[in-house]
Design a protein around this ligand. Structure first.
Ligand SMILES: Cc1ncc(COP(=O)(O)O)c(C=O)c1O
Length: 395
């Protein structure tokens, strides 16, 4: 067990928390690529299985490299416990499915990443779990959706891709009065800009694939919560069903955490500069950037977030044709459905991440045919602005 680093500031925790140094005294955390573990005696093996000896048993359950990644995330997030998973979707699905049973009810914000929407709208009902989608920005809708069997509220904030910010403390209060828990997908905010547990959420989930890796290498996810929630609902589900992360990916993510603060700050500064240029651009009909005074929930951003976003959303005049023209003209920013990368990535949500939605549902969420999501990378801001303004000229 590593020593607690909870008294240090987040930047320090990102570098040091959770390190389990082996007998060789390595500087960089070791990568334990092993499926299993050997025991000195049959008695020790028996004690390990009984939970009386605190070592590792099998890497589907846990692994020293994975334990380091989980501990670093726990101390960064201010959680009591965590379980990592193979992907962000494995983490989301486990966090919302594992504690529920047939007859329970879940309420979720309608503005969800496409795969999360599939889990809520299509998958859970197949197993007898009722679900209701609400306009997440409207607290009355959360309240009205509550039923006697409501067990979970689920949201992401800022939302993907329109970057709306939802009132986490307000929604947590409604959930708790109803005897339900609030699960927050904090991918867009990152642990650098928002701490959902401190705002009243009960569970926080990440696709570590995004900013935590931040260099486009591997997938991963993590669920963070109280000791009781992880022990009661997550631990055994993950052990027995096996959506476990590879130790190699956990190692990449652990090393990614060391530079997370530096990267997210630099990418946010760049995104803010891009937003300022786009705000007055004649070819843009709508701009969303958490952190600007003209963001629809600017007051809420100030209250619950420590910074803006590495992403900018904007609508090009001229619909899909104009948006595609911009994407195709960009030389530096790459067309991709991913985000949070060192390389700037640009997405057309209506035809990719949210193409599964009915056109009327997309329109209700503000995902128009001309809407583009820009994930700022680590390139020089001036190069990105020149690239974007040149592409907009052609739109
Ligand atoms: C908000 C959000 N949640 C969850 C996921 C799923 O993560 P992963 O691709 O790692 O499964 C993504 C992106 O893919 C996302 O944008």
């Amino acid at each position: 067990m590593s020593k607690s680093t909870a008294h240090y500031r987040p930047e320090t925790r990102l570098v040091h928390s959770g390190t389990l140094r082996s007998q060789y005294g390595e500087t960089s955390e070791a990568l334990f690529l092993t499926q299993g573990y050997v025991y000195d005696t049959a008695e020790q093996c028996e004690a390990r299985f009984k939970g009386e000896d605190p070592g590792f048993i099998y890497s589907r359950y846990s692994n020293p490299t994975i334990a380091m990644f989980e501990r670093r995330m726990i101390e960064l997030e201010g959680a009591e416990a965590a379980r990592s998973a193979a992907t962000g979707m494995a983490a989301v699905t486990t966090a919302i499915l594992a504690p529920l049973k047939a007859g329970d009810h879940l309420v979720a914000s309608r503005a969800l990443f496409g795969s999360c929407l599939y889990v809520v709208q299509d998958l859970l009902p197949r197993y007898g779990i009722e679900t209701t989608l609400v306009d997440g920005a409207n607290l009355d809708e959360w309240q009205r959706a509550v039923r006697p069997n409501t067990k979970t509220f689920f949201l992401e904030s800022p939302t993907n891709p329109t970057l709306d910010v939802l009132d986490i403390p307000g929604i947590a209060e409604i959930a708790h009065k109803a005897g339900a828990r609030l699960v927050v997908d904090n991918v867009f905010a990152t642990p650098i800009w928002q701490s959902p547990l401190a705002l009243g959420a009960d569970v926080v989930v990440y696709s570590a694939t995004k900013h935590i890796d931040g260099q486009g290498r591997c997938l991963g996810g993590i669920i963070l919560s109280s000791e009781a929630f992880i022990a009661e609902h997550i631990h055994n589900f993950m052990r027995q069903t096996g959506p476990s992360i590879s130790p190699f990916n956990a190692w990449v993510l652990l090393k990614g955490l060391e530079t997370l603060g530096v990267r997210v700050r630099a990418q946010t500064e760049t995104a803010a500069r891009i937003a300022d240029v786009l705000a007055s651009h004649p070819k843009i009909s709508r701009l969303v950037f958490p952190g600007r005074a003209d963001h629809p929930q600017a007051a809420l951003v100030k209250k619950q977030m420590r910074g803006g976003s590495t992403l900018v959303g904007f609508e090009v005049k001229g619909g899909k044709q104009a948006a595609f023209r911009v994407l195709n003209e960009l030389k530096l920013a790459k067309i991709s459905n991913n985000l949070g990368d060192a390389k700037s990535l640009v997405t057309h949500p209506a035809t990719t991440t949210h193409q599964r939605l009915k056109p009327e549902d997309r329109a209700a969420l503000g995902i128009s045919e001309g809407f583009i999501r820009f994930s700022a990378g680590l390139e020089h801001a001036d190069d990105l602005i020149e690239d974007l303004t040149a592409a907009l000229e052609k739109a």
